[in-house]
Design a protein around this ligand. Structure first.
Ligand code: FAD
Length: 284
């Protein structure tokens, strides 16, 4: 029986592992890939200690290497089920099963992309998957945000701070939250431009645009959490101020609990949840 299994080796999971190891515990960390930044060449320009922009996936890989070098056990595999056992949790990957007294869900959020003409061409040239990361570069510009739920609402709050001209495109979906911005519900059929994006095209018209932010988030670990009866609100796992879910011994941190979807915040969560898990295990 392990003391702690961490699912996810992004900034939240890796940081938690680092602190837990320093508290004398032997965390097992399971991740399937580099998380939110897997497969993207987007650069990170707002994380401490990097005077030059750094490719996000390289930053995350450095975090994984760091915990491995520190002697932490890291497995690359997908967790396919998480259940409550007699005395703790049973975690199954595609290859193995583990038992653990506690589990930390640090599984992040995957951003949905759009399979629409022009999307790939303008990714990074006017189309962004992260308003909090890139919104700053579009100050006072004409912007579109694509989404319909709470994640979109959250990203929109940020965009409304940088521009007074943001239109919500629900891409054929029903709007599931309250917004004061103009809303267009038509399906998007393309993006146009030369070097950079200039127009968003729906089935009913063309809209001049400087930047498009995709906010069609789907949480990746809500499925596990739901199996266990964890309280989920919107796209976020609900935790208390100590990162404890409503299930004893099950903790969550990073993007998956909502708030700012940023590396700095995930690192902070990872550090804080390590304290909670350590104290929980000590007093058990
Ligand atoms: C295109 C893009 C650009 C971004 N740019 C910036 C930026 O410039 N600055 C910034 O601060 N933030 C940026 N972000 C946001 C940042 O990447 C996230 O906030 C951060 O990575 C969240 O960390 P996390 O540890 O919570 O989750 P993640 O980094 O997403 O890590 C999740 C981990 O969980 C694992 N996992 C998920 N499901 C399973 C499973 N079933 N089994 C096993 N493992 C699983 C994944 O493999 C991964 O290891 C960007 C995001 C995107 C998508």
């Amino acid at each position: 029986m392990k003391k702690i299994v961490i699912i996810g080796y992004g900034p939240a999971g890796a940081t938690a592992a680092l602190y837990l190891k320093r508290y004398g515990l032997e965390p097992l960390v399971i991740g399937k890939d580099l998380g939110a930044l897997e497969g993207y060449n987007d650069v990170v320009e707002n994380y401490y200690g990097h005077p030059q922009p750094i490719v996000g996936s390289k930053l995350i890989q450095a975090g994984v290497d760091q915990i491995k070098n520190f002697g932490i056990e890291v497995i690359t595999d997908s967790v396919i089920s998480l259940k409550q056992g007699e005395t703790g949790f049973v975690i199954s990957t595609t290859k193995q099963t583990f038992e653990s007294e506690t589990v930390l869900l640090a599984t992040g959020k995957t951003r949905q992309t759009l399979n629409i003409p022009g999307f790939k061409k303008f990714r990074g040239k006017g189309i962004s998957l992260c308003a909090t990361c890139d919104g700053y570069f579009y100050r006072r510009k004409k912007l579109a945000i694509v989404g319909c739920g709470l994640y979109m609402q959250h990203e929109l709050e940020y965009l409304n701070r940088v521009s007074q001209d943001v239109t919500v495109f629900t891409h054929g979906n029903e709007l599931q939250c309250d917004v004061e911005n103009p809303v267009i519900t038509d399906k998007i059929i393309g993006f146009k431009g030369d070097e950079k994006i200039s127009h968003l095209v729906t089935e009913k018209g063309e809209y001049p645009i400087d930047g498009v932010f995709i906010a069609l988030g789907v949480p990746s670990s809500i499925d596990f959490a739901s199996q266990l009866g964890v309280i989920v609100e919107g796209n976020n796992i609900t935790v208390d101020e100590k990162y404890q879910t409503n299930i004893e011994g099950l903790f969550a941190a990073g993007d998956i609990i909502g708030g700012k979807l940023q590396i700095a915040k995930a690192v902070h969560d990872g550090m804080m949840v390590a304290d909670t898990i350590y104290t929980y295990l000590k007093n058990k």
